[in-house]
Design a binder for this molecule. Structure first.
Ligand code: MEV
Length: 326
C-alpha cells in the first residue's frame, strides 16, 4: 500500500457530550428522563486502511491525564470498552475482527464529570465503523445507540442507555425503557453547565444508590416516581417555553437527588450560587458525587450567573443553547 493510501480516511464520525436535564438515576429504574446534547464537546472517530485485523488507537482525557491506548481485536487482552463497541458494530455490519482497518478515536470530553464521555466515544466509534462498512446508508440513531450501549453496560454495569441515545440523536430526547423520542422545544432555552472539577465514576454512584434502594425500596420507589413526573412535566414546560416552570422542576429534581445522597457540598454550593445570581433553576446533572451542575439562565443573567458559579468553585462554565424546534 502506498503511504497515501494508508492515510486515506474511509469514514469519520463525531458524537457530542450530553447533560441530563431531569431524571438521572430514576431512569435506570424505568422512569422517564430528559437529556440534551452538549455540542461544544465532542468525541471523534475515523477509520483508515489497516492490515490483518481491526486495531483501535484511542486518545482521551482520563481522571489522571491523557489516556492513550492501542487494542488489536485479533489479540487476547484485558476486556476493553472500545473493543466491546467495535465488536458490536462489526457484528451488526456482518464483519469480523479480521477486518483490516485502523480506527482512531479521540475525545475532548472530560471523564467522570457526568458529561457522557464514554457514551460519546462509543457512539462516534460505532457510527464511523457503520459508515466504513455501509457508506451509502448511515445507521439510524436508535441502532447506533443500542450498539454503543453494549460498551456502556461494560463500563457502568447498569446503564439505562440514555447517554448513548442522546449522543446518537444529537438533539433533546425523552428517554424511557430503552426508547428515545426527540422533543419539541417552544423557545430558545439557555443553560449554563458548570464543572465542579471533582471526579466520580458513574458505576460507583449507580451501585451506591442500588444498595440504598435495596435497603429502603418503598422510599426510593416513591422518589423515582416523583422524578418521573417531573420529567413528564418538563416535556410540557420545554414545549411551551415556560422557563419559570422548567426552573422549578429542576429545583425539585435537585432536592430529590439530595435525598438520594447523590449530591455533594461542592455541587450544592454551585447550585446555590447559580440560584442566588438569578438562575431560574439549577441541579446536579449526571451521576453526581462530583461532576457538573446545570442551571437554566435567561440570557441577560448569564454573565452574572457564570461569575457566581466560578466564585462558588466551578473550574469551567459552558453555555448551552437549545434552539426552538420549527
Ligand atoms: C448518567 O449520565 C445517567 C445515570 O442515570 C446512569 C444511566 O442512566 O445509565 C446516572
Amino acid at each position: 500500500m502506498s503511504p497515501d493510501a494508508k492515510d486515506q480516511v474511509l469514514a469519520q464520525a463525531s458524537a457530542p457530550a450530553k447533560v441530563i436535564l431531569i431524571g438521572e438515576h430514576a431512569v435506570v429504574y424505568g422512569r422517564p428522563a430528559i437529556a440534551l446534547p452538549l455540542p461544544q464537546l465532542h468525541a471523534r472517530a475515523e477509520v483508515l486502511p489497516g492490515a490483518g485485523s481491526l486495531v483501535i488507537e484511542s486518545r482521551y482525557p482520563g481522571a489522571d491525564g491523557l489516556r492513550e491506548t492501542r487494542v488489536d481485536l485479533a489479540e487476547e487482552g484485558p476486556p476493553q470498552a472500545l473493543a466491546v463497541a467495535a465488536r458490536a458494530a462489526l457484528r451488526h455490519a456482518g464483519r469480523t475482527e479480521r477486518t483490516p482497518w485502523r480506527l482512531r478515536v479521540e475525545s475532548e470530553i472530560p471523564t467522570g464529570r457526568g458529561l457522557g464521555s464514554s457514551a460519546a466515544v462509543a457512539v462516534a466509534l460505532v457510527r464511523a465503523l457503520g459508515l466504513a462498512a455501509e457508506p451509502d446508508e448511515a445507521w439510524d440513531p436508535q441502532t447506533v445507540a443500542e450498539l454503543a450501549l453494549e460498551a456502556e453496560r461494560f463500563v457502568h454495569g447498569q446503564a439505562s442507555g440514555i447517554d448513548p441515545a442522546v449522543s446518537a440523536y444529537q438533539r433533546p430526547i425523552h428517554f424511557q425503557e430503552g426508547r428515545a423520542r426527540p422533543l419539541a422545544v417552544g423557545a430558545d432555552t439557555h443553560f449554563l453547565v458548570a464543572d465542579s472539577g471533582q471526579h466520580k465514576g458513574t458505576a460507583e454512584m449507580v451501585a451506591g444508590l442500588r444498595a440504598r434502594q435495596a435497603e429502603r425500596p418503598l422510599t426510593h420507589g416513591a422518589w423515582f416516581d416523583k422524578v418521573g413526573r417531573l420529567a413528564e412535566d418538563a416535556v410540557r414546560a420545554l414545549a411551551e417555553g415556560s422557563f419559570r416552570w422548567l426552573g422549578q422542576l429542576m429545583d425539585s429534581n435537585h432536592l430529590l437527588l439530595q435525598a438520594m445522597e447523590l449530591s455533594t457540598p461542592a455541587l450544592d454550593n454551585l447550585v446555590a450560587g447559580a440560584r442566588g445570581a438569578g438562575a431560574r433553576g439549577a441541579k446536579l446533572t449526571g451521576s453526581g458525587g462530583g461532576g457538573a451542575v446545570i442551571a437554566l439562565v435567561d440570557t441577560d443573567r448569564q454573565a452574572d450567573v457564570a461569575q457566581a458559579l466560578r466564585e462558588a468553585g466551578a473550574v469551567s462554565v459552558l453555555q448551552l443553547c437549545i434552539p426552538a424546534t420549527g
